[in-house]
Design a binder for this molecule. Sequence first.
Ligand code: DGT
Ligand code: MG
Ligand code: MG
Ligand code: MG
Ligand code: MG
Length: 284
Amino acid sequence: MTGSRYEYVKNFELPDPILPGTFMVLRIDGRAFHRLSSEHGFVKPNDERALELMDHAARDVMNEFKDIVLAFGESDEYSFLFRKSTSLYNRRHSKILTTVTSLFTSSYVYNWSRYLPNIALKYPPTFDGRIVVYPSPKEVRDYFAWRQADTHINNLYNAVFWALVQQGGETTANAHSILRGTVSSQKHEILHSRFGINYNSISARFRKGSVFVRERVQPVSVVPLEGYSGQNKAYKDVSDRATSEGILLPQKGKKVKLRFTVLLYHCDIIGDVFWDQRPNILQE
Ligand code: DGT
Ligand code: MG
Ligand code: MG
Ligand code: MG
Ligand code: MG
């Protein structure tokens, strides 16, 4: 059967494949979130509720697209790494980019009231998206190191800046000029000597950003997780996380079927430890 005489217009749709055998990183970023955060009264410098909402949207994306092996989020952005051999949508660039960006955005709006129950959304938020392809694990690691280093630099600056303004009573102009030209150690020093704040005691979510990985759920004999002391706390943590995923954990003594689930960390991804513990992320 031949199509209509109009059908030739379809020939104008050009293929937009992503190079095979490369690592795809898709990054979304809130459009004009400077305005969105101020119009909705986000806490400065970090609004935990707003960051948790970002994390929720990222988790929804990972649950939907199983070829995403790692996600990293900070501020109004999230980066998603696809496994090298993914054939999602035949690696069609715009199909992947628009679908993921759209899912993230709709989840952000859909779940807004769960995280910010007393703040009415005044207008529909938008996210932009881009895909960058990288040829080898080195660039992928450097990409994620770049984003986490950015998190650190911005958060340290913002922590001191807002301490000077909110606790120190400085004007924003003064705070900027106090910080101009200071190096990292001087910022730590101002925080400590003037405000008694140890930078490392600030929430890891703010200092390190959010990291999602796929991991096996180990329901009974749980290996203590990094940053958690004691078996019970670790077990509770994994249980809570798994429960939030809708996964029923087997009881002690029952035969255990290992499952993969998406877990959230606020850990270092610049050093080797994270990657050495998870060789599957960069495999294939
Ligand atoms: P863009 O991305 O070019 O459309 O413009 P913006 O305004 O989204 O700028 P961007 O992405 O460079 O910076 C993110 C903005 O979002 C920045 O002004 C701070 C704000 N923001 C992100 N997270 C928080 C938060 O937790 N609390 C507050 N108060 N602001 C936040
Ligand atoms: Mg920007
Ligand atoms: Mg933005
Ligand atoms: Mg941003
Ligand atoms: Mg259709």
